[in-house]
Design a protein around this ligand. Structure first.
Ligand code: ADP
Length: 545
């Protein structure tokens, strides 16, 4: 027997309609690329203004000929115009393709062509990026520059249109169309450490239920009382869904634009008093260093959500001890919209010493409602959730990808589960710990060694700036760890010194077979170590030794 309840599609337009009906005066503050007539880069308006302008840009797109399912791209920072586009583009059934400007030019060309983008909305900063590749993206019909007439650049981009003029010419009268909630809403490409980037195509339904779960206290804890500073970019996994969650709850939103250095972030925090910050560890390292330099504390901040890579112990402790802020460690991926787990404060933590609590906070957290996870061995057999056994981490849930966009490769999917490419442990309380990426974990004589743990232990050495551990071929053990490290400028630290330093910090069989000092290490567009070329270069290093 079926239930007797109404059916209604979960649509992104419903979020902005709800926002304007319920929290019309919630503020949205942005740092722009350009300054206004007073010389200020800060822009301020309300949810009501955002809703009106979303309709204007939606009408403008319809007038330009945009059809349902057309891909409309953005190359933009976190700011109010980007926020409007999140609703204006998806609201009419077109697909918002957020492009990551940190991708290499050949990857930009690939994804723009693969997505078949018809128009690209671009912030002033990124105009030169597009000018340089314009000849290779001939399918794009025009470029809409996110600026007013006074700030229009002198550009070689063909069909360059001024965003503010387009808005001014367009009506704000629009009845958002209704359609199937499974319709595609947004497209985001993974940075791809191997091969071409792969597209993740979110639906209206997946986006809405992700936002519903995300706002819960057990996930990110977002409400109308929140003032949120999402430093995580709107061009990478939709700023972890915060624009949608913000519209759903009517929280105040503070967008940092291009200013992600410590001083610029502090300026915004000091002025706008956010209580919830979200971003990757490197951003917080810069902010924490800046706060040390100026000797001030982040008084308004209560929670800092950290994901993208592991939050170090020292950061968890520093946020708590110096700033009285709780670091919410979260884990997810582009393929998961992105939220998978969250490590929020619990009653059990009240009975722990600070040291015990910080150790627990180093774990990536427990699954948020809607996400199921398990760990399996190489044969796909389940591994115990004892907090010790390592396994390949598999996930499933209604905001997790079931296949990549226009891509037949199903190798990441196993019987309805997504192989995350991560190796993890799960403890009896269901806390996840990410051990490594599957391709980076070192398999030494049947035992697994976490390259991440080794790197974290090595960077604890006061004379090392960065460390990278790779598995290289070994006659007896198949694979052994090799440590590549960057020394501080004046340091003469030796391989032997580093090994001695590691001696009491890691299991004996984890000890790197050698330490090589390098001047630089390669990174992906999202700042993660890019190990693939290093593995090729050093593959035979120990065999030759
Ligand atoms: P990319 O485009 O760089 O792949 P994603 O955000 O999709 O960006 O990266 C997802 C991966 O990032 C995860 O599979 C995991 O390996 C890593 N990751 C994310 N959050 C964490 C975390 N809190 N701790 C450790 N690793 C993390």
């Amino acid at each position: 027997m079926l239930g007797n309840m109404m059916e209604g599609p979960l649509l992104i337009s419903g979020l902005i309609e709800h926002a304007v009906a319920t929290n019309p005066n919630s503020e949205i503050v942005s740092r722009r690329c350009e300054t206004d007539h007073t010389g200020s880069s800060i822009h301020r308006y309300t949810m009501k203004d955002a809703a009106k302008r979303s309709k204007q840009i939606a009408n403008a797109l319809i007038n330009l000929g945009a059809k349902p399912s057309d891909r409309i791209a953005t190359l933009a920072w976190n700011n109010y115009r980007h926020f409007e586009l999140y609703f204006g583009v998806s609201g009419i059934g077109s697909v918002l393709h957020t492009i990551n400007p940190r991708l290499f030019p050949e990857q930009l060309v690939y994804i723009i062509n693969h997505a078949e983008d018809r128009w690209i909305f671009v912030d002033l900063t990124f105009v030169p990026l597009l000018e340089a590749i314009q000849d290779q993206i001939s399918g794009v019909e025009g470029f809409i520059i996110l600026a007013d007439a006074n700030n229009m650049p002198d550009t070689s981009l063909k069909n360059a249109v001024c965003y503010e003029e387009l808005i001014d010419q367009s009506s704000d009268e629009l009845e958002w169309p209704t359609f199937d909630e499974n319709t595609a809403a947004a497209l985001c490409y993974t940075s791809g450490t191997t091969g071409n980037p792969k597209g993740v195509l979110y639906s209206h339904r997946s986006t809405l239920i992700h936002a519903l779960s995300e706002i819960s206290r057990e996930a990110l804890g977002i409400s109308s009382l929140s003032c949120i500073l999402p430093v995580v970019p709107m061009f990478h996994v939709n700023a972890w869904g915060v624009p949608y969650a913000g519209a759903m709850t009517g929280s105040k939103l503070v967008f940092p634009g291009p200013g992600m250095d410590g001083a610029s972030l502090w300026e915004l925090i000091d002025a706008e008093k956010p209580d919830l910050l979200l971003g990757v560890p490197t951003v917080w390292l810069m902010l924490l260093n800046h706060m040390d330099e100026i000797g001030k504390t982040l008084d308004s901040v209560k929670n800092v959500v950290v994901g993208g890579s592991a939050a170090p112990y020292s950061m968890i402790k520093k946020f708590d001890e110096d700033h009285d802020a709780f670091l919410v460690h979260a884990w997810g991926m582009t393929e998961m919209s992105p939220l998978g787990t969250s490590n929020v404060a619990t009653a059990a933590m009240n009975n722990m010493t600070k040291e015990e609590r910080y150790r627990l906070q180093q774990k990536q957290g427990r699954p948020v409602f809607g996400v199921q996870m398990k760990i399996v061995d190489d044969n796909g057999d389940p591994r115990p959730h004892d907090g010790i056994a390592y396994g390949r981490l598999l996930v499933r849930g209604p905001w997790i990808i079931s296949q990549y966009y226009k891509n037949d490769d199903m190798s990441s999917f196993e019987n309805g589960w997504l192989d995350t490419g991560d190796v993890a442990t799960i403890d009896p309380a269901n806390y996840l710990t990410i051990v490594d990426r599957s391709k980076d974990v070192i398999k030494s004589g049947g035992e697994w060694i976490s390259s991440i743990d080794l790197e974290n232990a090595a960077v604890g050495h006061p004379e090392l700036v960065e460390a990278c551990v790779i598995g290289v071929a070994h006659e007896k053990w198949d694979e052994r760890p090799l440590l590549l490290a960057i020394r501080k400028p004046d340091s003469n630290v030796t391989a032997e010194d580093v090994k001695q330093f590691l001696d009491d910090k890691i299991a004996k069989f984890w000890m790197p077979d050698d330490v090589i000092f390098v001047d630089s290490l390669p990174h992906t567009a999202t700042g993660k170590l890019l190990k693939i070329d290093l593995r090729k270069e050093y593959q035979d290093y120990l065999l030759k030794a």
